[in-house]
Write a protein that binds this ligand. Structure first.
Ligand SMILES: Cc1cc2nc3c(=O)[nH]c(=O)nc-3n(C[C@H](O)[C@H](O)[C@H](O)COP(=O)(O)OP(=O)(O)OC[C@H]3O[C@@H](n4cnc5c(N)ncnc54)[C@H](O)[C@@H]3O)c2cc1C
Length: 409
């Protein structure tokens, strides 16, 4: 069956409706007159990828200097989108980073993020009553933190895309993207539908290696990991203290175990505290219990040691939610043209390595500008460097090379 949707040619066809594809569709559709189509393989807002759930954190404290300018640009674009939508998806909070004083990643994150280190040995910093730092540790506070309500944010960008004229189609699994003559791309789905466009943006998360290899023959070293979000019970009497209303921060802990958290918010009386990492998985065939307790027990020990008296770990987490990371060997993003016969007509955004959500609005803008203009001007003007994210940097790196936060369970 060869059907052309909506009587014609789309300027941009976006494949994949997670945060990146939804932001790209919004950015593209915001151009006056642009006809944009977004195709998603499952139901819109499903829970089988990486962008679903209650919360994601935002922070500018990054060990790699290339990210803080992107986060600052994102903060501006989150504001713009919320204004366009007329409602909020981001709750600003302070950010707290902590870890062994000499940890090189923590030191770089403090410097790059412009964080203020608390005085050594001081017990008068804002949350010194909550956290008990081990001997030789330090903590640093910064202003740009916050909680993004994840599924609501994806829904916001999808409805903004529609508001600006985009067409959204779900239950549309793209099986092929082919060049058909100069300036024409055909996108084919497993149900036999065909859509025609001039440019294509591929944002398929954990499915990126499979689809990009079959479409363009390009190897993307993106390893999906099955990971867990854990919510823990706050001890009676401590509930308010750990909320954004009480000024509690989003936080990250460096060192042997990477722990991150958002304040108690989405489930009153529970707080999200999680460990960064996961077990390799196949996005099409997931064993939903792949990590066992490997992402739970270290978090319980960490909470007991560093937040004594505040969170009850005895019964384990009250809520566990599954999610997927798409890891690259260097944990940096992939944003590039796929090249070959497609030249600059097909752009891919992938490998967001467990930290991309906060930058969704600028990644979407970058992808749309690359597809429509051949270059990413907004990011460059904001001092955000995206050239590093090219596919070519992986030449010679084994495909399955995993970053150190893999858990083999
Ligand atoms: C537990 C967890 C915590 C995280 N915490 C943070 C955080 O605090 N801060 C932060 O910034 N980031 C965080 N992240 C990372 C962030 O959520 C991801 O980087 C981001 O969601 C990736 O979005 P995506 O659009 O690339 O992928 P996805 O959300 O997976 O979207 C890809 C979409 O493409 C669709 N698709 C795939 N193949 C096809 C096809 N053939 N045809 C059509 N559609 C297709 C999929 O169904 C999916 O909907 C976290 C991630 C996890 C899992």
């Amino acid at each position: 069956m060869a059907a052309v949707d909506n009587g014609g040619l789309f300027e941009v066809i976006v494949v994949g409706g997670g945060i990146m594809g939804s932001c790209a569709a919004y950015a593209a559709a915001s151009r006056p007159g642009a006809r944009v189509l977004l195709l998603e393989q499952f139901d819109l807002l499903h829970h089988r990828g990486s962008s679903h759930g209650e919360s994601r954190g935002i922070r500018a404290t990054y060990p790699q200097a290339r990210y803080p300018p992107m986060v600052r640009l994102a903060a501006r674009l989150w504001d713009d989108a919320q204004r366009d939508a007329g409602y909020s998806v981001l709750t600003p909070t302070p950010q707290l980073d902590m870890g062994p004083r000499g940890d090189p990643d923590l030191r770089a994150a403090i410097e790059n993020g412009g964080a203020a280190e608390v005085a050594s040995g001081s017990t008068s910093w804002p949350w010194s009553g909550v956290f008990r730092l081990p001997e030789g540790w330090t903590a640093a506070t910064s202003e740009l933190g916050g909680v993004i309500t994840a599924t609501k944010a994806v829904a916001m960008f999808q409805s903004l895309a529609v508001k600006h004229g985009a067409v959204l189609r779900d239950r549309m699994e793209v099986v092929d993207v082919a060049k058909q003559g100069e300036g024409l791309i055909v996108v084919k789905t497993s149900s036999g539908e065909e859509f025609h466009g001039t440019k294509c943006i591929i944002t398929v998360g954990a499915w990126a290696s499979k689809l990009v290899k079959s479409v363009a023959g390009v190897d993307l070293p993106v390893q999906p990991l099955h990971t867990l979000i854990c919510y823990w019970k706050v001890r009676p009497g401590r509930e308010h203290e750990l909320t954004p209303e009480a000024g509690f921060p989003t936080f990250c802990c460096y060192g042997d175990t990477c722990i991150y958290s958002t304040p108690s918010m989405e489930f009153p009386g529970l707080i999200k505290v999680c460990m960064h990492g996961g077990a390799p998985c196949d996005p099409d065939w997931r064993d939903w219990c792949a990590t066992g307790d490997a992402l739970v027990d270290p978090v319980a020990r960490w909470i007991d040691e560093l937040m004594p008296g505040h969170v009850d770990t005895a019964g384990g987490p009250v809520i566990r939610q599954s999610c997927m990371y798409s890891m690259t060997p260097d944990v940096d993003f992939i944003i590039d043209f796929v090249g070959g016969e497609f030249g600059k007509d097909v752009v891919v955004g992938a490998g967001f390595s467990g930290h991309g959500f906060k930058m969704g609005p600028d990644v979407g803008r970058v992808l749309a500008e690359m597809a429509m203009d051949g270059e990413a001007r907004t990011a460059a003007e904001a001092g955000a460097e995206v050239r590093h994210f090219r596919i070519g940097r992986f030449k010679g790196i084994p495909e399955k090379n995993l970053p150190e936060n893999e858990i083999n369970s």
